[in-house]
Ligand binder design. Sequence first.
Ligand code: SER
Length: 283
Amino acid sequence: MTSADIRQRFLNFFKERDHKVLPSSSLIPFGDPTLLFTSAGMVPFKPYFLGQASPPFPRVTTCQKVFRSSDIDVVGHDGHHLTFFEMLGNFAFGDYFKEKAIPYAYEFLTKHLAIEEKRLWAGIHNDDDESDQIWTKTGIPPERIRRFGDEYNFWAAGPTGPCGPDSEIHYDWGEEYGCGRPDCGPNCEYCDRFLEIWNLVFIQWNRDESGIRTPLTKKGIDTGMGLERITSVVSQKQSLFDTDPFLPLIEHWEQETMPGAARCCSPTGSSRRTTGAAMSSDV
Ligand code: SER
């Protein structure tokens, strides 16, 4: 399955569940003085989450081109961060909430991308018992659900605006990729065994300049899954730079700069390239 197939399957999946498929918006946000670039799939929809405009559709899905520099220091070092990437997302403006967003995500990954259930772990916010129950009911057993604080499980597009706790879905590459510590799990500081693939944000507050969070009249769903990351999982390549959005570009420039030279990575594609250092994603 190529990245183009995954993109199409994602949009079709949500279209079949009453989401309007919208095109990617501009990389430069319109009329938003708080952001220089569109840094997430939800950016074009901020006025709908905030109740400042009425949404033309209660549910939408997009594949949004995004630019993010918040984690630029690790781009090219770990093989899974990018600065420019495509983000698949489903959004609900006062329509459904966690009770649907969680099962939708699990169904898409396990049934439509055939990802093994035992590979999926969920990270939830420390205070979020509801997501814990929904995940358990949906199929992730308690031993694969971990709780974290705001550092990992709270999301906002910037210092101000719509925000809320989130639940991240992590893919487990397997014990052999781990650090072996007894508490190794999602967000492990010592190894790359777990890869965050999808973030489900439960938008429920508007945060102001002083950090005060005011509850929104309607709660919203904002999810984001990096197309390049999910492609790396589906194609079982740990480095994004060994997947189809990148390989033709890298190979082209290898030939241009070193005609006749062998590819610089191992045949298994296990090397960590640094040639794609212009890209990063943390979704
Ligand atoms: N806005 C969230 C993110 O970018 C989910 O889409 O991670």
